[in-house]
Write a protein that binds this ligand. Structure first.
Ligand SMILES: Cc1ncc(C[n+]2csc(CCOP(=O)(O)OP(=O)(O)O)c2C)c(N)n1
Ligand SMILES: [Mg+2]
Length: 1025
């Protein structure tokens, strides 16, 4: 619209040659309609002020353009006055003089192009003609913009959508609003090219225009799309909904629809009969969801989609599993049997959270289709970005660069869709190059209630779907009690996705027949709504009666269809009684074929060396310090950085960035896809990484050296993300779900920002395997460290991650040969804080070389990135070397362990402060320092050995974090268990505090001094003994 207004403001006719040129330069729009194909020229821009023509103004320019294009196509198709006007204008008439009154036209009907001097001012009857046409155009537009306000969307007829501030002046009774009169209703008006209501006719009586617009926009479908700022897309939608006769279905289609409604309805009724006191979050009131999804899938399959990944909340989930994904009914029914014994380890999850994966033939298209429903937690909408990430990964691995073969469908509840911010965050990923899934079909089960809360208390926007407008997604509201209308919009939604590869929303306006779950009494809180619902005839019955009345199906056929499905349910129910064991594995949403043995076990219980050959290190180091393309000018500062890297490679050392390069580069060379995503990761928040080089002379020309390692390497994806943690971390988790043969890393800008993604961490990453028996090797890089930068940016909150580790602090495990790997296998996630680049390199490589996948949380450094001592030699990365869970003392103290008075355990950057202090104090012989690089799973074996080695030493845990934060609460009981509580574990660190760090630099330094004094004061704990 904005574009049109701009055009109007700059109105001036062009000369014929200019016009031809302008029109020729722009892409005409072709839309297939019922009456053949129509071609549209895009809006052209004029250049003179609107005031130049007496009868023109900003709103009339649309109409003039319509006339102009029609005239260009065929001068006879417009009124004579327009023909003269355009001829004059093209003959060079100055602004204000191109218009000629009909009186000046030749009486014979031919049009004499007059001399400019003979032109006269506009006559009232022509003005009226123009005005009336403009009025009709405005009326048409009003329907397109606001017709949905008048659509009959609510099956209950109590619509809660409030448009008080936006009155809709459509319908016969409102023609006066547009300056038209009742007498105009029979007049014939030429239709603008922005409407399709004419079908093959180009003019219609006003009465018919209104009737057709009412049919298109004010029945059971409400279309919201006029905010889309793309003419082609608007035209496409108009054509889909306005063309007369579009909503006609074949007999076959109607019968299939009825059969799907039967399944959807009878499934819920069956569950209700068998387990009347079980929660199942039934679909009653929105049974048409099932045919809706099936229609989207059928249409998408027809358009070439082979893989559909779905995410959905509780409502109707079992029904979707049974009737859309086609999980065996007995598998679903046996979930209701609480006596079944679980075959898998872990907590499992309730039946309406589990996922599913199924490959089958689509009966309508006869093509293979894989359907998966991603397992999700109770946290509504949290699964949205996860589904998108998994979809992106599936597209990536099958080379589907434009989303033609893999797509996602997301289902939502009305309250959650409006309320949860993650919906917005996910929408904002939808068009970003490294995150787009090329269009998602969103389906909202809009039952006009959220648990016990009315929409007027749950959102400030008229519709629950308004959030989708931010990405220009069309929104199709539909009365879910009209299954044919539902089927129609779902077809259009799927076609939209296939045509434009952009998001689209289907808003199924329905009701919830029961309470929030089957145990709830809705009359407590929504008495009037539920009185109405009790009176409401079920949609299946209504539709069956319609089809029976039409003669599309007989009552007997309908009853047989019901009996057939009931029998299927009964038989499955009988079979479900034979199930003795519950396999959560059967509910896996992302199987990794070939990665495990047939019974789902790792193929080995060992991890090979994560070291690399010298040659490999040198080669990757060379790429990391070069610009591998010709004629590419990089910034001078970056040249120095690359030169510094080259020097390090020459000296056989690596700093943090180079160590990371070695890890990523080597995996890429081994065919492992690496994807690093997060805010500003390409350069690195701390300007240390520089994985994407920018040509200083050519705009947007970039080079990713990591993609120039070798011709047969796997691709490297490094992508700056949107400023969202919840959305992006969820997305990467989903990406990592798709394949075990990829290293997927998400980096927080600073570690503390992970808390806005807490839901993904708490509900998916930490317990994912326990709940849903699926593994995930995602890596979280969380910059952490007390650098005097204030309460924010200092702490990645290690205490939170450690508190959620599943190893028992009070039980000393049996130490076996494969203890380290077994421990990893048993843990829910791995938490590390590496103090050296080599160890970081190893732990990253171990993620992939291990025979299973576990999430890895890495607290990464900030100042250590450039610390001269935080470097590693190639020797620490050669074949045979491994990740060191604990880096033992290897200085003077280790030579004479019996003389050591204190053994300090620490982790991360504080190690460098401790060694400096020890040196300053000359205590190298009396204090040993061991670095715990892997905090969880806890290295019981190594801590035991190191403690026993320094038998005369007291034990101190030293950390720079506050006492109630950091690692202390996690390590203390575990060290105590390891040494059989023979000694205390003293604490040297900051006092307990509410904030993670002080905002005062001086206080920061005083605190450091204090805890270092404690750490090296051999008498510091005397009073506490
Ligand atoms: C993030 C989150 N907050 C709160 C809840 C608790 N809760 C469960 S269902 C529900 C209402 C959901 O309403 P709606 O999205 O309209 O779905 P419906 O149940 O109506 O299908 C609420 C608040 C939740 N599951 N997730
Ligand atoms: Mg709801």
């Amino acid at each position: 619209m904005h574009r049109l207004r701009t055009c109007a403001a700059r109105l001036r006719p062009l000369t014929a040659s200019q016009a031809a040129q302008t029109v020729g330069q722009q892409r005409p729009l072709t839309v297939a309609g019922v009456g053949g194909t129509r071609t549209f020229q895009p809006i052209r821009c004029y250049t003179a002020p609107v005031a130049s023509e007496p009868f023109l103004n900003g709103t009339s320019s649309n109409y003039v353009e319509e006339m102009y294009f029609a005239w260009l196509e065929n001068p006879k198709s417009v009124h004579k006055s327009w023909d003269v006007f355009f001829r004059n204008a093209n003959a060079g008439a100055p602004p204000g003089s191109a218009y000629q009154s009909p009186l000046a036209m030749s009486p014979a009907g031919g049009v004499a192009v007059p001399q400019f001097s003979s032109m006269v001012a506009a006559q009232p009857n022509v003005e009226k003609l123009v005005e009336d046409h403009l009025a009709v155009q405005s009326l048409i537009r009003a329907y397109q913009v606001m017709g949905h306000h008048n659509a009959q969307l609510d099956p209950l007829g109590i619509s809660c959508v409030n448009f008080d501030d936006a009155p809709v002046n459509t319908g016969f009774q409102h023609v006066g609003f547009y300056g038209l009169e009742e007498s105009d209703l029979d007049k014939v008006f030429r239709l603008p090219t922005t409407t399709f209501i004419g079908g093959s006719e180009s003019a219609l009586p006003l009465k018919e225009i209104i009737r057709r617009l009412e049919m298109a926009y004010c029945q059971h479908i409400g279309v919201e799309f006029m905010f889309i700022n793309d003419l082609e897309q608007c035209q496409w939608i108009r054509q889909k909904f306005e063309t007369p006769g579009v909503m006609q279905f074949t007999l076959e289609e109607k019968r299939t629809l009825l059969a799907r409604m039967v399944r959807s309805t009878r499934f819920e009724e069956f569950l209700q009969r068998k387990w009347s006191s079980e929660k199942r979050f039934g679909l009653e009131g929105c049974e048409s969801l099932i045919p809706a999804l099936k229609t989207i899938i059928d249409k998408s399959s027809e358009n070439g989609v082979e893989n559909v990944i779905m995410g959905m909340p509780h409502r109707g989930r079992l029904n979707v599993l049974a009737n859309v994904i086609r999980k065996e009914l007995e598998q679903i029914f046996c979930q209701f049997d609480s006596k079944l014994e679980a075959a898998d380890e872990g907590s499992g999850d309730v039946k309406y959270h589990l996922g599913m994966y199924h490959r089958r033939i689509n009966r309508v298209t006869d093509r293979n289709i894989t359907l998966s429903l991603v397992a999700n937690p109770s946290h509504l909408e949290a699964v949205d970005p996860v589904v998108q990430g998994k979809t992106k990964a599936e597209q990536f691995y099958c080379g589907d660069s434009d989303g033609k073969r893999v797509m996602s469908i997301l289902l939502h509840g009305d309250a959650a869709f409006a309320g949860q911010g993650i919906v917005y965050e996910t929408f904002h990923l939808s068009d970003l190059p490294s995150y787009t899934t090329h269009g998602t079909v969103h389906v909202v089960v809009n039952n006009q209630i959220g648990f016990t809360t009315d929409p007027r208390m749950a959102r400030s926007s008229p519709y629950p779907t308004d959030v989708a407008r931010v990405v220009n997604a069309p929104i199709f509201h539909v009365n879910a009690d009209d299954p044919e209308a539902v089927m129609y919009v779902c077809n259009v939604a799927a076609e939209w996705r296939a045509t434009f590869h952009k998001d689209v929303v289907v808003d199924l306006v329905c009701y919830r027949r029961m309470g929030h779950n089957e145990m709830d009494e809705p009359m407590f809180t929504q008495p009037l709504m539920y009185k109405q619902i009790k009176k409401q005839k079920g949609v299946l019955l209504k539709y069956a009666e319609k089809l029976i009345a039409e003669g599309a199906v007989s009552r007997q056929e309908y009853e047989e269809e019901i009996a057939k499905y009931d029998k299927i349910c009964e038989e499955a129910y009988a079979r479900s009684k034979d199930e003795k064991i519950l396999h959560i594995k059967h509910w896996l949403d992302s199987p990794w074929p070939g990665f495990f043995t047939l019974d789902g076990q790792p193929k080995s219980m060992s991890c090979p060396s994560t070291g690399l050959t010298e040659e490999n290190l040198t080669h990757i180091g060379g790429i990391a310090s070069s610009v591998p393309v010709e004629d590419f000018t990089i910034h001078g500062g970056l040249s120095r950085i690359l030169k510094g890297r080259a020097d390090m490679v020459k000296k056989r050392t690596v700093d943090w960035a180079l160590g990371e390069y070695m890890a990523f580069g080597s995996l890429l060379k081994e065919g492992i896809h690496v994807r690093l995503s997060g805010q500003d990761v390409e350069r690195g928040t701390f300007s240390h990484r520089h994985h994407v080089l920018h040509d200083q002379n050519v705009d947007k020309r970039t080079c990713i050296p990591m993609n120039h390692l070798s011709p047969d390497q796997a691709p490297y994806t490094v992508c700056n993300s949107s400023l969202s943690e919840y959305g992006v971390l969820g997305f990467e988790l989903g990406f990592a779900m798709a394949s075990p043969n990829a290293l997927v890393l998400w980096e927080a800008q600073f570690g503390d920002f992970h808390n806005t993604a807490q839901c993904i961490i708490d509900q998916f990453i930490c317990p994912g395997q326990a709940k849903w028996v699926r593994q995930n090797g995602i890596v979280l890089l969380l910059p952490h460290g007390m650098e005097g930068m204030g309460p924010e940016h200092s702490s990645a909150r290690p205490e939170r991650f450690l508190q959620m580790c599943n190893d028992d602090p009070d039980v000393m495990p049996t130490i076996t040969e494969d203890f380290a790997v077994r421990q990893l296998y048993d843990c829910n996630w791995i938490v590390v804080n590496c103090s050296s680049p080599a160890n970081y390199f190893h732990v990253i490589r171990r993620q992939i070389l291990a025979p299973f996948r576990k999430p890895l949380i890495v607290f990464t450094p900030k100042s250590l990135l450039r610390h001269p001592e935080a470097r590693s030699s190639f020797d620490e990365m050669l074949p045979g070397t491994h990740f060191q869970r604990v880096i033992l003392e290897d200085g003077v103290a280790a030579e004479r362990p019996e003389e050591v008075k204190r053994l300090i355990f620490c982790t991360g950057k504080v190690y460098y402060e401790l060694t400096k202090e020890r040196k300053n104090r000359g205590m190298e012989g009396t204090v040993a320092i061991a670095r715990m690089e892997q905090l969880s799973p806890f290295p019981f074996d190594l801590v035991k050995a190191e403690s026993e080695r320094y038998a005369n030493a007291d034990l101190v845990w030293c950390q720079e974090e506050h006492k109630n934060q950091g690692y202390y609460d996690y390590v203390k009981p575990r060290i105590r268990t390891t040494i059989q509580r023979a000694k205390p574990v003293w604490y040297a660190g900051r006092d307990p505090a509410a904030a993670p760090a002080t905002g005062n630099k001086n206080t920061h330094l005083v605190e450091v001094r204090r805890f270092l004094d404690t750490a090296f004061g051999l008498d510091a704990f005397k009073d506490q003994q």
